[in-house]
Design a protein around this ligand. Structure first.
Ligand code: NDP
Length: 385
């Protein structure tokens, strides 16, 4: 039986890798809906190519253009937040690959509808992890992690009892500045920051990898997905990006998942779960890699990881504030408005100056997110004047 798929964020890096796999196995997958923010031409091309029934553009100003581009294709066009939220309604499997907190409402709608969700959109889990896990329990939704580290842990946990797990180890490549001096890092340009040594990804996550905020977000993501406290989730720098993460069990056994650094491997696992499908990813040749290195993260040069851990341990609104401040700071850095080391300073500032309790609803999460964005944006403007 074919699986009906909705790809939220089809025009992005994860979206494209997903499409590559789906188009190689037309007997298994039928794309029913695809979405994007503004990239209307690419979205229409994807919709035509995949024979999707629905294409949603978040930016309502581009609706007319989308309709024109889809004319005669049999694919219905739609626009705006509401259309984005309902885009996945016809799907069995939803690929949540919108970047940032913008993906929260559509992902949450899929969770509440009891769908199977391949979740790449880590910011949705960071900001609303508790609410999302509780909603999944209530609706019977299944969350399949796509982030390579969480997917690795998910694979290592298959067939194990949760009470036998003692520790998770998230591996991190260390990003483009792993060996750089603090002076070099502080003056890094957007071009240098997005030039990831091992992975090809969207701009935001590439900058997050350069600050190590990505690993901090993943720490919070792992806490919610696998229900373990911060004290039982370690981070280890592993520059080759071959070991994607590990699980230590109570008997001292450690299971790791290995593979070449190609997102099509974890995406394929989520697409076909509980089965596996072939991927064109390069096979791992350990003899030619020859060595695997591991080191502790340097929290002096990469304080983002410390901030994220402390936000997780503080709980309440702290992870939402951390994420929102980071999103605004990264966008400001990419736009050339602030220097690289200002990203973490702004996140620290937002956490120091923002206080509120744990949100009880998605509306509250989004309100904390909105207020934080406004505050950090004003701080960026003030620092530019
Ligand atoms: P990209 O920037 O490449 O793509 C983002 C997608 O989201 C695009 O389709 C974009 O549309 C859409 N989008 C952006 N903003 C909005 C919005 N406001 N409303 C609706 N849609 C929006 O990101 P990635 O594919 O790199 O990352 C996606 C998610 O997956 C992130 O959460 C990231 O952390 C996570 N992830 C990514 C990995 C990777 O290898 N890339 C690895 C692990 C996790 P448009 O093209 O029109 O802008």
């Amino acid at each position: 039986m074919t699986r009906k798929i909705a790809i939220l964020g089809a025009t992005g890096s994860i979206g494209k890798s997903t499409l590559d796999l789906v188009e190689r196995s037309p007997e298994r997958f039928e794309v029913v809906a695809v979405t994007a923010a503004t990239n209307v031409e690419v979205l229409a091309n994807i919709a035509r190519r995949t024979h999707a029934k629905l294409a949603v553009i978040a930016d309502e100003a581009r609706f007319r253009e989308l309709e024109q581009l889809l004319a005669g294709s049999g694919c219905q066009g739609a626009a705006g937040e509401h259309a984005l939220i309902t885009a996945a309604s016809e799907a069995d499997l939803v690929i949540a690959a919108i970047v940032g907190c913008a993906g929260l409402r559509p992902t949450m709608a899929a969770v509440e509808a009891g769908k199977t969700i391949a979740i790449a959109n880590k910011e949705a889990l960071v900001t609303a992890g508790r609410l999302m896990i509780d909603a999944a329990r209530a609706s019977g939704a299944t969350l399949l992690p796509v982030d390579s580290e969480h997917n690795a842990i998910f694979q290592c946990l298959a067939g194990s009892r949760r009470e036998d797990v003692s520790r998770l180890v998230l591996t991190a490549s260390g990003g483009p500045f792993r060996t750089a001096s603090a002076e070099f890092i502080s003056a890094a340009t957007p071009e240098q920051a997005v030039a990831h040594p091992n992975w090809s990804m969207g701009a935001k996550i590439s900058v997050d990898s350069a600050t190590l905020m990505n690993k901090g977000l993943e720490l919070i993501e792992a806490h919610y997905l696998f229900d373990l406290p911060s004290s039982r989730i370690d981070v280890l720098i592993h520059p080759q990006s071959v070991v994607h993460s590990m699980v230590e069990f109570v008997d001292g056994s450690v299971l790791a998942q290995l593979g070449s650094p190609d997102m099509r491997i974890p995406i394929a696992y989520a697409l076909a779960w509980p089965e596996r499908i072939e991927t064109p990813a390069q096979r791992l040749d350990l003899a030619s890699i020859a060595r695997l290195d591991f080191e502790k993260p340097d929290l002096e040069r990469f304080p983002a990881l410390r901030l994220a851990r402390s936000a997780l341990e503080s709980g309440g609104a702290a992870p939402i504030i951390l994420n929102a401040a980071n999103e605004i700071a990264v966008a400001s850095f990419l736009a050339g408005r602030i220097r690289f080391n200002e990203i973490v300073r702004l996140v620290d500032w937002a956490l120091e100056n923002g206080h509120s309790g744990a949100p009880k609803s998605i509306a509250e999460v989004l309100e904390i997110d909105r207020q934080t964005r406004e505050r950090v944006d004003a701080e960026v403007k003030a620092s530019c004047d």
